[in-house]
Design a protein around this ligand. Structure first.
Ligand SMILES: *[C@@H]1O[C@H](CO)[C@@H](O)[C@H](O)[C@H]1NC(C)=O
Ligand SMILES: *[C@@H]1O[C@H](CO)[C@@H](O)[C@H](O)[C@H]1NC(C)=O
Length: 419
């Protein structure tokens, strides 16, 4: 399960070690029960969209947009069409970039550092047309054409549906609006759904190139004690937790489940940030605070179970219904179909950056991923190893620009503006 989250780790940490969070006040409890947006209700920016709270105040243009998936989910997107210094009306065709966050967070996490430090604004200031995507179920992407998030049917999806429905909807929209090939940046689960899509030939016609930060595909070497136990526990807890179709880390049933994991021997929840994400070398304490005001976001329990299956089995497949007859109903086969990453087109330009301290995207698992890509055209695959980086440093590290983003920029520039 711990693809989980570089991120949410920070919040879970507070959740687990702060007495008041472990037993919320009655008013907080009530809010958590009723309001989908409850956990951000303490944030001053919660009622504002991401543009208004986190982009426009820094002097950038930003548009809030909505895209409907073929299964009815209405996703929120932010577009930052130009750099801060550009005068209105500059109409040069800029290469579009879609930025896709990981699980249990939303697009806001890219924007918590200063404009000089965060990826979307750095890309906008360097001539890219930036589109920030927000996965179904996160606070600004909770609308649906006919399902309400209080209805368990709303949560009947895993990352398979992000592959088949969310990403294609966002790509189609951006391709339609810009008429150009698209560059993609994913972090964590955002890399997994990208890789799974490309392996099936999906999106590749619209894609210029993809940058994958802290890639998650194979998870069986994930080191953290908590992660491993959580993944095992998820199996046992499936039936119980399926009663909770929404996986809201701050909602009571899920919080209690997470807390119960801390009683396992070897799990030190007092060191949970490190335990879950690996040692993040370079986070800013103020950014952490901002993170805690904005995250984590909900996902579906089915999505967490699917991730747990990946941890346990070491094979990348569609969601396993754990019963041959049910798999047969869904897939026409007794076992779920495999995503074979060797089928990613070998001429697709890929940039992969991974960290030596990343306990979620373990170096051994990244090695497995690279092994699947061993026949990739050598001049189409760039791999960067950042020795001291943990999972969250790739999004919120104060030095991520110098260490990672400048390389991402150079990579995109090589694809979109060949000299
Ligand atoms: C950390 O964040 C604060 C508040 O945004 C900022 O003033 C400070 O310069 C940041 N530190 C670094 C090293 O980026
Ligand atoms: C994955 O695809 C490669 C190349 O098409 C093939 O050689 C390999 O056997 C496949 N692996 C699985 C597990 O299907």
């Amino acid at each position: 399960m711990m693809a989980l989250v570089g991120f949410a780790a920070l919040t879970l940490c507070f959740l687990l070690i702060q007495p008041h969070a472990a037993s919320p006040s009655p008013s907080a409890t009530t809010k958590h029960k009723h309001l989908p947006h409850s956990f951000s209700s303490s944030s001053p920016s919660s009622s504002l969209g991401i543009c208004e709270s986190s982009v426009i105040p820094h002097g950038y243009k930003c548009q809030e947009l909505h895209v409907t998936t073929k299964d009815g989910y209405i996703l929120n997107l932010q577009r930052i069409p130009q750099g801060r210094a550009e005068v209105a009306g500059s109409s040069a065709q800029k290469p579009p970039v879609i930025i896709q966050h990981g699980v249990l967070v939303d697009g806001m996490t890219w924007l918590l550092n200063s404009p000089e430090q965060n990826l979307p604004m750095i890309l906008a200031d360097n001539g890219f047309d930036v589109w920030i995507s927000n996965t179904r179920g996160t606070r600004f992407s909770r609308k649906h054409t006919y399902l309400d998030p209080s209805n368990p049917a709303y949560w009947d999806w895993s990352w398979d549906e992000l592959v088949t429905n969310d990403l294609p909807a966002v790509f189609d929209y951006v391709a339609d609006q810009t008429g150009q090939k698209i560059n993609y940046v994913g972090h964590s689960l955002g890399t997994l759904i990208g890789l799974a899509s490309f392996s099936q030939g999906s999106l590749v016609d619209q894609l210029q190139s993809a940058a994958l930060l802290s890639p998650i595909a194979y998870l069986s070497h994930m080191k953290t004690a908590l992660g491993v136990i959580a993944a095992k526990a998820f199996v046992g807890e499936v039936t119980t937790l399926f009663g909770v179709a929404e996986f809201n880390p701050l909602g009571l049933p899920v919080a209690a489940f997470l807390k119960s994991l801390c009683r396992y021997p070897g799990v030190n929840c007092y060191d949970l940030i490190t335990a879950l994400t690996g040692k993040n070398c370079c986070l800013n304490a103020s950014t952490d605070d901002l993170f805690l005001k904005n995250e984590p976001q909900s996902t579906s329990t089915k999505n967490m179970v699917h991730l747990a299956q990946t941890v346990r089995r070491g094979v990348l497949t569609k969601f396993n219904y754990e019963r041959p007859d049910l798999n047969l109903v869904h897939y026409g086969e007794l076992t779920p179909p495999i995503y074979n990453l060797s089928n990613i087109p070998s001429d697709l330009p890929l940039f992969i950056s991974y960290g030596g301290q990343d306990a979620l995207s373990d170096v051994v698992d990244v090695g497995s991923l690279l092994d699947y890509l061993k026949l990739h055209d050598v001049d189409k695959l760039s791999v960067q190893f950042v020795k001291n980086y943990g999972h969250a440093d790739f999004i919120m590290g104060v030095n991520a620009k110098d260490i990672v983003y400048n390389s991402v920029l150079a990579f995109f520039n090589r694809q979109t503006r060949p000299s």
